[in-house]
Design a protein around this ligand. Structure first.
Ligand code: AGP
Length: 606
């Protein structure tokens, strides 16, 4: 949420900052700004997109050190004034900030009483004024920043420049990521490696409480008390090509279309044909420990939570271990009972979602055993957990999650197979699942071939302001994810219900004006699902069915038939047509598909 870029070296900073901000725009996109240092600080910031900022930056905006920001508003509306960077009154200090300063009102009141004039409504401006006050009393910018941060309650990832020290940038993190990028006689920093990979793949992640000083010659990192820390650079696997649209009109369509490969990557090297087991070395858990857990509790937010519901179902079915999923955002606040016999699983594509990270930290404080299912290597959640499964799905740029969702479901299938085979899952059932998993990429390709037809259906249904999604048991999380995708990118209101619950209330809504998308796999609940379709149609409701065979014509207006896999794995395939439906509905309604209003990719605030 919000993007930060910083550069110091011998090149012109502005183009590097603007390019980096473009790569980070998916994190926040209501306003953007840059500062470069060249005999004083030069600032440009605008309400709008990075492209608007690029137009506002004059050709002569020279300086070899600078910081930039793209914003997702928390304190104050999107406006030129509220855009970052924020300057101190004497224009000596500039700050960009991700996160939330919780005691900003109190600090602001104190500064106003001391005569400071604020020009924005943001919490960040407080920090610029605080640093400006301490910088005159300290020998280094680093000390001034550290001193100012002591008065802050809340979360931050920040980059700070001082016009009087035009060769260094200070960055710090507490709850909001900061990654350093190591170049040749140049240094970068950003809130996400996406902004760095065009220039370097050597990175260093800051830990919470750490601060770093960057100069063209390198960097020094310090713990919160001021002690210097030693950091080993990591090499990032992803390069700049992974962040391009690759000829697709939108990142979202690219990411939907990539699923045969992303799933193959999640599976690579993890399936064992001989014993029909999964190799999951990253769990750091031997068979005895694996057997010791009596329950599995899964936490994540949004689509990650829905994929966790698919995961819980897989674990219960294949391993016969009680499992359930809960939104991490709720879990962390309800003082959960942490049970030593429970394995906790945290899911996050970005590895940054603040609520999920806070839930993991709460679990660890209480002695819980937590593993992660994470896409972003080296991210905060990945570093916090005791072990886990990396998705290797590749970067997901579009705000709506698609390939990370299916790869997470795959990771759960592997985990369930692993647990199942140390418990009572037979070799024959193990083989059935291994073979089913192997088949998925080809089956997804077959579904993707139906893109044009699904686009037609999307146009037909997108005229309705509201849609119902229903599914039963394995199909219910699929329905929830389908509704989530549709609402977040097309802004069509969408609700998901267990099909079994319809007649306990929501059936009252059904009529010609409210179509239903029904998830109807060919499983033991087929007849019950078909009965539900009959009930909907009897009330004049239109039905778009997604399943494995054409039903009686009276039961559905339209049907998307997809390939059949094992019943436990079918939810993964059933998700794909719903992604395409949401995508094409959003295109038909001319929405900003990759950057839906009010949302951001990484939710690093509470
Ligand atoms: C997905 O389409 C959403 N944009 C959102 O629900 C997302 O899945 C959620 O914010 C969790 O993100 P994470 O996986 O990066 O933790």
């Amino acid at each position: 949420m919000c993007g930060i870029v910083a550069y110091v070296g011998s090149k012109d900073a502005a183009p590097i900052l603007l390019e980096g901000l473009q790569r980070l725009e998916y994190r926040g996109y209501d306003s953007a700004g840059v500062v470069v240092s060249n005999k004083g600080l030069k600032l440009r910031k605008v309400k709008g997109r990075v492209a608007d900022l690029a137009k506002a930056v004059p050709a002569r905006f020279k300086g070899t050190l600078g910081i930039g920001h793209t914003r997702w508003a928390t304190h104050g509306v999107p406006s030129d004034e509220n855009a970052h960077p924020h300057l101190s009154s004497d224009e000596r200090i500039a700050v960009v900030h991700n996160g939330i300063i919780e005691n900003a009102d109190e600090l602001r009141a104190r500064l106003v009483a001391e005569g400071v004039v604020f020009v924005s409504e943001t919490d960040t401006e407080v920090l610029a004024h605080l640093i400006a006050r301490t910088v005159t009393e300290t020998d280094t910018l680093e000390e001034a920043v550290r001193k100012a941060l002591k008065s802050i309650v809340g979360t931050y990832g920040i980059a700070v420049v001082d016009s009087e020290r035009p060769k260094e940038i200070v960055v710090a993190r507490n709850g909001s990521p900061i990654v350093l990028g190591l170049g040749e006689k140049e240094m970068f920093a950003a809130s996400d490696v996406a902004a760095l990979v065009r220039y370097t793949r050597q990175v260093v992640h800051l830990e919470d409480g750490e601060l770093a000083v960057l100069t063209a010659d390198g960097f020094h990192t310090f713990a919160s008390g001021g002690r210097e820390t030693a950091k080993e650079p990591l090499t990032v696997d992803w390069d700049a090509g992974h962040y391009d649209t690759g000829g697709y009109e939108h990142y979202l369509l690219k990411e939907i279309s990539e699923q045969p490969e992303s799933i193959a990557r999640t599976l690579r090297g993890r399936l064992d044909e001989r014993f029909h087991i999964a190799h999951l070395g990253g769990l750091n858990m031997d068979a005895r420990e694996t057997r010791s857990f009596r329950r599995v509790k899964i936490i994540g937010c949004g689509s990650a939570y829905y994929s966790g519901q698919i995961g819980a179902q897989l674990i219960e079915e294949l391993a016969r271990i009680p499992a359930d999923a809960e939104p991490a955002s709720e879990f962390r606040y309800r003082n959960p009972v942490v049970d030593p016999d429970t394995l906790y699983v945290a899911i996050s594509q970005s590895g940054e979602t603040y609520d999920t990270l806070a839930a993991v930290q709460e679990l660890k404080r209480k002695g819980g055993r937590v593993i992660g299912i994470v896409n972003a290597v080296g991210s905060a959640i990945a570093r916090e957990v005791d072990g886990g499964i990396y998705l290797h799905a590749g970067p997901e740029v579009s705000v709506a999650s698609t390939k990370a969702f299916t790869s997470t479901a795959i990771a759960f299938a592997l985990l369930a197979l692993h647990f199942g085979r140390v418990h009572d899952l037979s070799p024959a059932d193990g083989r059935r699942i291994v073979e089913g998993l192997r088949e998925l990429p080809t089956q997804i390709e077959k579904i993707l071939e139906q893109g044009d037809r699904i686009a037609e259906l999307a146009k037909k249904y997108a005229v309705h302001p509201s849609m119902m999604f229903v599914g039963r048991v394995r199909g219910y999380p699929v329905a929830r994810e389908g509704a989530q995708k549709l609402k977040e990118i097309s802004y069509i209101h969408a609700e998901a219900y267990p099909a079994s619950e319809l007649k306990h209330g929501p059936l009252a809504l059904i009529g010609p004006e409210l179509p239903t998308v029904a998830i109807v796999p060919d499983d033991e609940l087929l007849d019950k699902n078909l009965t539900t379709l009959g009930e909907i149609r009897a009330r004049g409701g239109q039905v778009l069915m997604v399943g494995h065979r054409e039903p009686d014509a009276k039961l559905a207006d339209d049907v998307i038939v997809i390939p059949k896999n094992e019943i436990e794995l079918d939810p993964i395939l059933l998700t794909i047509p719903l992604q395409l439906l949401a995508y094409h509905a959003a295109v038909a309604l001319e929405r900003d598909v990759d950057k839906p209003r009010n949302l951001a990719k990484s939710v690093t605030v509470e």
